[in-house]
Structure formats: structure tokens, C-alpha cells
Design a protein around this ligand. Sequence first.
Ligand SMILES: NC(=O)c1ccc[n+]([C@@H]2O[C@H](COP(=O)([O-])OP(=O)(O)OC[C@H]3O[C@@H](n4cnc5c(N)ncnc54)[C@H](O)[C@@H]3O)[C@@H](O)[C@H]2O)c1
Ligand SMILES: O=P(O)(O)OC[C@@H](O)[C@@H](O)[C@H](O)[C@H](O)CO
Length: 386
Amino acid sequence: MEAVHFGAGNIGRGFIGSLLHQANYHTTFIDVNAEVIQALNENKQYNVILASENSEKHNVQHVSGINSVTDAASVVEAIKNAAILTTAVGPNILPVIAELIAEGLRERVKSNKQPLNIIACENMIGGSSILKEKVYEHLASDEQASCDALIGFPNAAVDRIVPNQVNDDLLEVSVEPYYEWLVEEIGIKGQTPAIEGITYVQDLTPYIERKLFTVNTGHSAVAYIGHYMGCETIADAMDEPQVQEIIKGALSESGEALIQTYHFDREEHQTYINTIMNRFMNPYISDEVTRVGRGPIRKLGPRDRLIRPASAYMEVTGKKPTYLAKTIAAALQFGNEQDAEAVELQQMIQEDGVEKVLQSVSGLAAGSTLIGAVLEEVDRIGEWRR
Ligand SMILES: NC(=O)c1ccc[n+]([C@@H]2O[C@H](COP(=O)([O-])OP(=O)(O)OC[C@H]3O[C@@H](n4cnc5c(N)ncnc54)[C@H](O)[C@@H]3O)[C@@H](O)[C@H]2O)c1
Ligand SMILES: O=P(O)(O)OC[C@@H](O)[C@@H](O)[C@H](O)[C@H](O)CO
């Protein structure tokens, strides 16, 4: 069975590639990183190490790579023959890969009448649906109709912490033992792919929101407050009492919104939060706050991990959020010369001020309660300096 996976990075190799191998797929990774593609083709295998006391090693075999910059024709060929297509490239890259996927589908549906499911494994709500929209922009209406019959775009949520890392072996990747991969069954065309580790759910919305607004909301609180305080890693930041206070507060606020919206059991949700906080303190992982805080413009977006739970908290309780507002205030301070979005955000703030940025980037109304709450925390932010 052939799998095509776009993005041979941390989550691609460390999570999706590993489960695809265990499910007996040969995986063709598509990437723009020539070095990684060359290594995949030369080594034809790599190791995934579980970041825990025993450093358990999983050898991932039956892998190869195609450089989509230099060999688009081979990508089209691979898509023609694939039994599943997955992505882990980052939300901003989905529109970039859409045209090539469209070319592959255009050729595929001419001769291959087998269904194909395309699963975007990105930290975003409705990732596969958005990818479908972008792919369809490149297809004529008759081609879209053929795809409607054969190509599924089920939405998904993926959870496994895979830090940036430099290993002697370029392909080796160290990952936390925990993982969760949820796929919405309703979007599947044909049989559900039999991949151990995927949990199929009827309605993904509660689960993707629970993941994004707990794991990623908490992660970004630690990253942004930690970065502001001068911490380099998530584990270092978790040692700071103020970070502990803010993450607990932020997750209690986002938790209230989730519990009231989706009727999650209060105790079970607290256990979920506690597990996540322990994951952030895993001593076998070194995860930089700059990775977790990357792309602050995306993370400050209206439907993402900061603004959406803050607005939802206000909707369900009628109160203004304190700890999510502190986290948003810290996100607005996230300066990092290596991060194009961080540089752009700081420029926007310098030119237009925080209030305007919260309107343009986060979609908040001028004079809204949430803008007021964030502005109060921006004024107070100096209190957290170590
Ligand atoms: N790392 C994690 O802990 C984690 C966990 C869950 C979900 N995610 C999500 O997975 C996605 C990928 O994250 P990551 O941490 O693996 O990032 P990463 O940077 O390690 O990997 C992304 C890969 O995509 C490749 N890429 C970039 N442009 C491309 C293009 N045009 N065509 C093909 N490949 C291209 C990059 O070269 C890189 O290898 C993101 O949406 C992220 O939110 C990450
Ligand atoms: O990948 P991002 O930039 O959306 O978010 C950074 C981290 O919070 C994220 O990668 C987590 O490690 C991951 O979502 C855990 O499942």
C-alpha cells in the first residue's frame, strides 16, 4: 500500500510516518528540503526514539522521498497511485501545496477509480476542508465533480510533542511517547483506512477544539510568558511559579468554555489538563519556547488557540478572561528575529499600536471587552520580569 505524505519534518517523520509504517504502508515523503529527501532515498529507513526513561527505538522502514521543487512530475505520479495522502507542513503551507495536489488528482481520476482520502494533520480547525477548498481552486468544474465522487478530505486532530532537534543522523527524531490522531469519519471516501493509532469520530469539532484550546493554548501560555521572562525551553518555563499560575488560570478559563460548550465531564477535563501539564514537564524533551511560540500572527488569529477560547469564555460566563488576556499580552511581545511572523507583528505594533493589531490580526471589534482586558495586561506585563 502506498502512502504519500507532504512534509518530512518533525510530526511527518516522528508521528505520521511512524504510524503509516506500522500499518504496512510504503511512505513517499514530499518535501522542499533537498537534504532530507536525499537522506530518505539513501537510507530508506530512520529511527523514532521515544523521549522517556527507556529511550525505546522504533525503526521506520519502507520510506522514500521526492523533492517537490525539482521533481513535480514524480509527485503527480505518486498521487496517482496512493492509497492515502497526508500532510504535516504547517497551516500556512497548505495553499502552497494545493496546486501540486490538484495536478495529481486531475491525472489520478482519469484512470484510477479507487477512492483516496486526504488528511491534513495540522494544528488548525478544518485543515482538510481548507486544503480541499485550495485544491479545488485549481480544478475545472468537471474535474471537481470527479473528485467529489472519489476523493475524501476528512478533518483531523493530531497530538504529539515533537521538538526541533539536531541529531547526528539527520532523519532520526525524538518524540514524546504520548500521541493522539483523531479523524472525522464523515469525510471518508470508501473504506476507513485501517491504521492503528487513528481514532475515528463522528464529529471532530469538540475534539479538535479540546486539543487546540487545551494543549496548544497551554503550550502557547508557557511559551509566550516564558519567552518574556527569558526562559529558553518549555521545561524551564514550567519551573517558574508565575508561569504555573498563568497556565493553570488560562486552562481553567479555556476549560470552562469547553465544558460548557461541549458538556465534557469536569473531572475528566481536569485529568486531561493535568496530563498535558506533565507532558510539558517531560525531562527527556528539550522544546524551545521559540518553536512553540512560532508564527504569532497565526496564533493570534480569530479561530486559533488564544482569541477563540478567550471569546468563548466571555460568551459562556459573561466574565472577562484574566489569564488568557495575560497570554495574549505576552504573545504581542514575542520578538524573534528568526521568525518572519514575529518580526512582522512587531512592525505592525510599532506602526499601528496594539489596539489596531488586535482588530486586524485577531478580528476583535474596536473597543471590545477583550481588547480592554488585553490592554490592561499589556500595561502590567513588566511585573513578570525575572
Ligand atoms: N511538532 C509538533 O509537536 C506538532 C504536533 C502536532 C501537530 N503539529 C503540526 O504539524 C505541522 C508540521 O509541524 P512540524 O512541527 O512537523 O514542522 P516542521 O517544520 O518540522 O515540518 C514541516 C515540514 O514541511 C516541509 N515543507 C515546507 N514547505 C513545503 C512544501 N511546499 N512542500 C512540502 N513540504 C514542505 C518543511 O521542509 C518541513 O520538513 C504543523 O501544522 C504543526 O502545527 C506539530
Ligand atoms: O505547531 P504549532 O506552531 O501550531 O504549535 C506549537 C506547539 O504548541 C505544537 O506543535 C505542539 O507541540 C503540538 O500541537 C502537540 O500536539
